[in-house]
Design a protein around this ligand. Structure first.
Ligand SMILES: [Zn+2]
Length: 329
C-alpha cells in the first residue's frame, strides 16, 4: 500500500498535527502475557511492517515521530538508521516495554538509558521524546478512583527531566489508562528539577462514549469524518492533535495470541483496511513530527509551532501551551 487517496473534507493548512508511531513487534503486547524471555524465539515482522508504513508516509508526504522500543532498535539498527535518513524523528518507547508502574525509579532510569543508547547508537542523538509502554506514565490501568488509572508517576517524570527528555506523550486524558481530568491540549509540567512538555493523545466522543481517538481500536474503527471533526475543532483553537500508530497495525496477517476480550479488541479489531483509512486521514490535514513543536533550548520553553508561526507573523497568540504543576504530588 503506497498510494495516498484524496483528502476528505477541508484543509486547515496553518496547523500541523503530530503523527507518532510506536515502533515495536506484534508481540509487544503485555510483558505478562508474552514474557521477555520468549521474544527472541518469535517471528520478527517489524522490518516489513515498518517499511510498509514508511512507504505510506512517503506517498502522503508526511514525516512522523517514531517512538522506537530499545529492544527493537538493538536488533534492527539499519532500520532505525533508514527511518532517520528518511527524515523522521526517532524518540524512545523504553527498552523492554515494561509499564512504568511496574518499575522502581532506578529501574525506570536504567530502562530509559538502555533505550537511548540503543537508538543513539543507530542514528546519533539526542533523543528528545518519550512514550511509556501502554500509556503507563499515568499509573496502573483502572487502579485509581472510579476506574481511572492509579495516577501520574511523578518519580518517572523526574527521571525523564533529569535525563534531558524534553517531551513525553504518555498521559491519556481518559478513564482506565489515564484520567479524564488531565489536560487534553499540549501543556508543560513543572517539577522541582525542571519542566517537560506533555503531548496528550487525542480523545473524543463517538455514539455518546469517550474514546481514545488517537490510537488502537478507535483510530482504526471510528469513521475518519468523526476523527477529523475532532481534530479540526482543536486546530481552530490553534492546538495540534496527537495521533499514535503502531507498526504492527499495518500487518493484519500477523500471528495472533489468545488475549482477554478488551486486549483482543484493542489489538486485532479493524486491522484489515487500516492502511487505506490511515492514508486518507494523513492526506486530510497536515502532520509533522513532535520535534517540530519544540522551540530552541535557548528559549527555555517549549511551545506550539502554530504559536511560533503566529509570532513570526506578529499576530497575537491565543494558545500558548498551558503550564501546570504535576497534579499527582
Ligand atoms: Zn508499545
Amino acid at each position: 500500500m503506497t498510494s495516498c487517496p484524496p483528502a476528505r473534507g477541508a484543509h486547515l493548512d496553518a496547523i500541523r498535527n503530530i503523527l507518532t508511531v510506536d515502533l515495536e513487534e506484534w508481540f509487544h503486547i503485555d510483558e505478562l502475557l508474552i514474557p521477555v524471555g520468549t521474544w527472541d524465539g518469535l517471528e520478527s515482522r517489524v522490518e516489513e511492517n515498518t517499511r510498509a508504513l514508511l512507504a505510506l508516509l512517503d506517498a502522503c508526504g508526511v514525516r512522523a515521530t517514531f517512538f522506537a522500543l530499545g529492544w527493537v532498535a538493538a536488533r534492527h539498527q539499519s532500520l532505525i538508521l533508514e527511518i532517520h535518513e528518511r527524515g523522521h524523528e526517532i524518540a524512545t518507547h523504553g527498552y523492554l516495554h515494561r509499564t512504568v508502574a511496574s518499575m522502581t525509579p532506578a529501574e525506570f532510569r536504567a530502562d530509559l538509558q538502555s533505550a537511548r543508547l540503543a537508538v543513539e547508537g543507530c542514528c546519533g542523538g539526542p533523543v528528545l521524546g518519550h512514550r511509556a509502554a501502554r500509556w503507563s506514565l499515568g499509573g496502573a490501568p483502572g487502579g485509581g478512583r472510579r476506574g481511572r488509572a492509579s495516577g501520574m508517576v511523578t518519580e518517572a517524570l523526574d527521571v525523564l527531566i533529569g535525563e534531558g527528555i524534553r517531551y513525553d506523550a504518555s498521559l491519556a486524558p481518559i478513564v482506565h489508562i489515564g484520567d479524564p481530568s488531565w489536560p487534553r491540549d499540549p501543556y508543560s509540567i513543572e517539577r522541582p528539577g525542571g519542566s517537560i512538555v506533555e503531548l496528550p493523545p487525542l480523545v473524543g466522543r463517538f455514539i455518546g462514549v469517550s474514546l481514545l481517538f488517537a490510537s488502537g481500536w478507535a483510530l482504526r474503527r471510528v469513521p475518519n469524518r468523526v476523527l477529523l471533526r475532532e481534530i479540526e475543532r482543536r486546530n481552530r483553537r490553534g492546538v495540534p492533535a496527537v495521533i499514535d500508530v503502531h507498526t504492527w497495525e499495518l500487518d493484519p496477517g500477523s500471528p495472533r495470541v489468545r488475549l482477554p476480550f478488551m486486549h483482543r479488541l484493542a489489538h486485532y479489531g479493524g486491522l484489515r483496511g487500516f492502511d487505506a483509512k490511515l492514508a486518507e486521514l494523513l492526506r486530510s490535514v497536515p502532520w509533522s513530527p513532535a520535534r517540530d513543536h519544540l522551540v530552541p533550548p535557548a528559549a527555555a520553553s517549549i511551545e506550539s509551532p502554530n504559536r511560533a508561526a503566529r509570532i513570526a507573523k506578529s499576530e497575537p497568540s491565543t494558545n500558548p501551551f498551558a503550564s501546570t504543576s504535576a497534579a499527582a504530588e
